[in-house]
Ligand binder design. Structure first.
Ligand SMILES: Nc1ncnc2c1ncn2[C@@H]1O[C@H](COP(=O)(O)OP(=O)(O)OP(=O)(O)O)[C@@H](O)[C@H]1O
Ligand SMILES: [Mg+2]
Length: 278
């Protein structure tokens, strides 16, 4: 289960005693920019990512769309260092994330990934799930942890639901609890892999609103992988389409919809069944 909770936080801080309510590194999120340069990755003979180049701005909500099996999840896993590239580099706020870390490096960026399966502990309450990481790593004192839990649940529209059992929640609520748990670490960067998988259209819509509202409340960069085009177009500042391991188009939702690239047009047409909406 723990390997499902992908969080990045410098480990050494937990060993030291701290006097305030929280460790000093538990600061406000700052939003980071991401630059992917000529990234290549193969698994055996399968060349999955081909010369990927991307620039994601600090504070942006950026979606990566494309057909199944084209490397979207693999790309996301590179950004959180779960997978290493064969060649190419990734810079976050100008730091090469695969390079040896200099001792005097600026504070590391914090990231959190929301997985397709919400990966919550069903035997715990909603509040316990959200506060799990803060308690486990002893990031803050108990009083502050309770306040953080309340605040993060409010951000995802689940105010006052601390004491509900996770097993009693609907799929959409579980997803929101998973987001609140990710937010508990004040991430600079939050990544979602297929957030609307298994959700009905109304619940997907609610989730889109939650993700959009977060942007107004906190400064963080969001990267979303989805083949739900309506969802991605609705909430993203910009979208990249990946096809056969290559980025074939990047732009605002309006630019993607107006793309002349035949593969983009075909993907949009088939996944929206020709319903282009506004
Ligand atoms: N660890 C791995 N070892 C071998 N092959 C892998 C590994 N991870 C991914 N692949 C392969 O890389 C290709 C791209 O996988 P990826 O999961 O990124 O696709 P995707 O675009 O996210 O698809 P979906 O939309 O279905 O989630 C697939 O053919 C997959 O089988
Ligand atoms: Mg995937």
């Amino acid at each position: 289960m723990w390997d499902k909770l992908v969080h990045g936080f410098p480990g050494s801080v937990f060993e030291e005693e701290h006097r305030g309510e929280c460790v000093p590194e538990y600061s406000e999120p700052r939003g980071v920019d991401i630059r992917v340069e000529n990234l290549n990755k193969s698994f055996g003979d399968l060349h999955v990512l081909k010369d990927i180049c991307l620039d994601i701005k600090a504070g942006e909500t950026f979606s990566i769309i494309g057909p199944s099996g084209t490397g979207k999840s693999v790309l996301l896993k590179h950004i959180v260092k779960l997978v290493k590239p064969d060649s190419g580099r990734i810079f976050i706020d100008g730091h090469d994330i695969f390079a040896e870390k200099p001792k005097d490096a600026a504070r590391e960026y914090r990231y959190s990934m929301v997985f397709q399966t919400s990966a919550l502990f069903n035997s715990l309450t909603v509040g316990e799930n959200v506060g799990l990481w803060l308690r486990e790593k002893r990031i803050c004192n108990e009083g502050r942890i309770r306040r953080v839990i309340r605040e993060k649940l409010r951000l995802v529209g689940l105010e006052g639901k601390e004491d509900m059992m996770t097993s009693e929640l609907s799929g959409g609520m579980k997803k929101r609890v998973a987001i609140a748990r990710s937010l508990a670490m004040n991430p600079d960067l939050i990544l979602y892999d297929e957030p609307t998988a298994e959700l009905d259209p109304v619940t997907s819509d609610e989730l889109a609103r939650v993700v959009m509202n977060l942007k107004e409340d906190i400064s963080l960069t969001s990267v979303i992988v989805s083949h739900d085009l309506n969802f991605a177009f609705h909430l993203s500042d910009r979208v990249a389409m990946i096809h056969d391991g290559r980025i074939i188009e990047v732009g605002t939702p309006a630019e993607l919809k107006a793309s002349e690239n035949p593969n983009v047009k075909k993907f949009i047409y088939t996944t929206t069944k020709g319903i282009t909406g506004s």
